[in-house]
Write a protein that binds this ligand. Structure first.
Ligand code: ZN
Length: 490
């Protein structure tokens, strides 16, 4: 198997990837908080880790990809205080909290499907793993790294920092953090402002609540990822991914919880994708530059000059390295749209090239192929891989114009670049062909209806009825009118 290098946030350098079990990779990625529509910020981790999983599978690894759904515990303002966003909407609109999170989960899945992000192997929900989370709180209490206070349980960061180092992932030092912070106001149940909730006592109006040894309450946000990654990937697994914005406090706390409960940080490689900015600014609702994926696909947002197709977004994201910031602009997306069209045209043209076995081998083709692999093995360098794919586009265009001749072996390599690397690994598919399929179905149904018409003219009622019934079975309803036969998808 080829050597892959991954930048590990923990060591702050690129490392040769060595899986714990040869041939198998366990990956955990922090999924969405299912409150609010999927937005541009969701597209980047979605696509980045999708390409990582696709590439590892392409190389022959068996991958278990776990991406969670946060439907409890990630609170509105502060991770310890305030009302859960989902619970609040449920209360205001008189819905079950599960109705709220289900609605947004469906919309998130739909957006990911459009972006051709393959579903994870396991998609656990925080609310479905309360028992595991309570068990974890108990373990951390037993280890002496947590304390109970007024029905809540907090992680004792100072006690932890004495024996292990708190802050190793984000590079923060606890003493420096303490000297820069205000004192607690005495109203708080916490001993220190850095302590974070493992379990939070539910106030009387809080509707998402579960019984626990410490009274009725709900889990702290960071807890779910420690509990669910251990359940599905074991006490130590290969890769943990997520956005850079999750590195602190979420992943730092997760690592501390793992260490406190299992004696290991639990993760060999921490990967963090950078953020998408809009004209150099962080995207945010309060900044008025917040764009949902649905708005991008439809063009319905005043920031947008036009609609951008899901594959244009995917192409745009892959054109930057996942660890670099990516600045959104209409110009950049329009350039991506053009680039996508060019590469998709070449992907179609390459299949129609007629190889010429009298042609000499073109070593540059094999060279391009190897360089694409090298780029992907080098910390998933998709922009370099894409640049080499464009080298292949130029060769396809020259061959199409009969400026170069391609032999069979080179033709196979070229086809592999477009059908395997571009389509299977990078997940870029031709949106026009997808529409084309509907067109083919339409033509086939018209042809079948024409055969039925002929059967009726010949008074072959058996055939005509059979066609009607079998089309119905296939989900196509037909209706005979004076003007002819109409059909529609039932
Ligand atoms: Zn997480």
């Amino acid at each position: 198997m080829k050597d892959i290098y991954i930048h590990n946030t923990l060591s702050r350098k690129k490392e040769l990837f060595k899986p714990i079990t040869p041939g198998y990779v366990g990956i955990y990625v922090c999924g969405p908080t299912v409150y609010g529509d999927a937005h541009l910020g969701h597209a980047r981790p979605g696509i980045t880790y999708d390409v990582l999983v696709r590439f590892l599978r392409h190389l022959g690894y068996k991958v278990r990809y776990v991406r969670n759904i946060t439907d409890v515990g990630h609170l509105e303002n502060d991770s310890d205080n305030g009302e859960d966003k989902i619970a609040k909407k449920a209360r205001v609109e008189q819905l079950e909290p599960m109705e709220v999170s289900q609605e947004y989960t469906i919309r998130y899945h739909e957006a990911m499907r459009k972006l051709n992000v393959a579903p994870p192997s396991i998609e656990p929900r925080a609310s479905g793993h309360i028992i595991e989370q309570i068990g974890l709180v108990q373990k951390i209490l037993d280890a002496g790294y947590a304390y109970e206070s007024n029905g809540s349980v907090y992680f004792d960061v100072k006690a932890y920092d004495k024996n292990h180092k708190y802050g190793i992932l984000s590079g923060r030092v606890l003493d420096e953090m303490i000297s820069n912070t205000r004192e607690l106001d005495g109203q708080d149940d916490k001993h220190s402002p850095y302590d974070f909730a493992l379990w939070k006592k539910a106030s009387p109006e809080h509707i998402m609540r579960w019984p626990s040894p410490w009274g009725e309450g709900f889990p702290g946000w960071h807890l779910e990822c420690s509990a669910m990654s251990e359940k599905y990937l074991g006490t130590r697994f290969d890769i943990h991914g997520g956005g850079m914005d999750l590195m602190f406090p979420h992943h730092e706390c997760e690592l501390a919880q793992n260490m406190a409960s299992r004696g290991t940080g639990g993760v060999n490689y921490w990967m963090h994708n950078n953020m998408i900015t809009i004209k150099g600014q962080k995207m945010g609702k309060s900044l008025g530059n917040f764009i949902t994926l649905e708005e991008l696909f439809t063009g319905k947002n005043s920031v947008l000059e036009q609609a951008y197709s899901p594959m244009t977004i995917r192409f745009f994201i892959l054109q930057a390295h996942y660890r670099s910031t990516l600045d959104f602009s209409n110009e950049a997306l329009q350039a991506s749209e053009k680039g996508l069209r060019r590469v998709m045209q070449a992907a179609k043209d390459v299949l129609k090239l007629v190889p010429d076995d009298n042609a000499a081998e073109l070593p540059e083709i094999k060279n391009i192929f190897d360089r694409i692999y090298d780029a992907l093995c080098d910390d998933l360098n998709t922009p370099v891989a894409m640049a080499h794919i464009f080298d292949a586009v130029r060769i396809v265009n020259s061959a199409k114009e009969k400026q170069v001749r391609i032999n069979t072996a080179d033709h196979s390599t070229l086809k592999e670049i477009f059908t395997v690397i571009l389509t299977d690994v990078l997940g870029l598919v031709d949106e026009e062909t997808a529409d084309g399929h509907e067109d083919v179905v339409g033509k086939l149904v018209d042809m079948i209806i024409d055969i039925r018409k002929k059967a009726k003219e010949n008074k072959d009622w058996a055939t005509s009825d059979r066609i009607r019934d079998e089309l119905k079975e296939a989900g196509i309803q037909i209706k005979d009118t004076k003007e002819g036969t109409e059909w529609y998808l039932a």
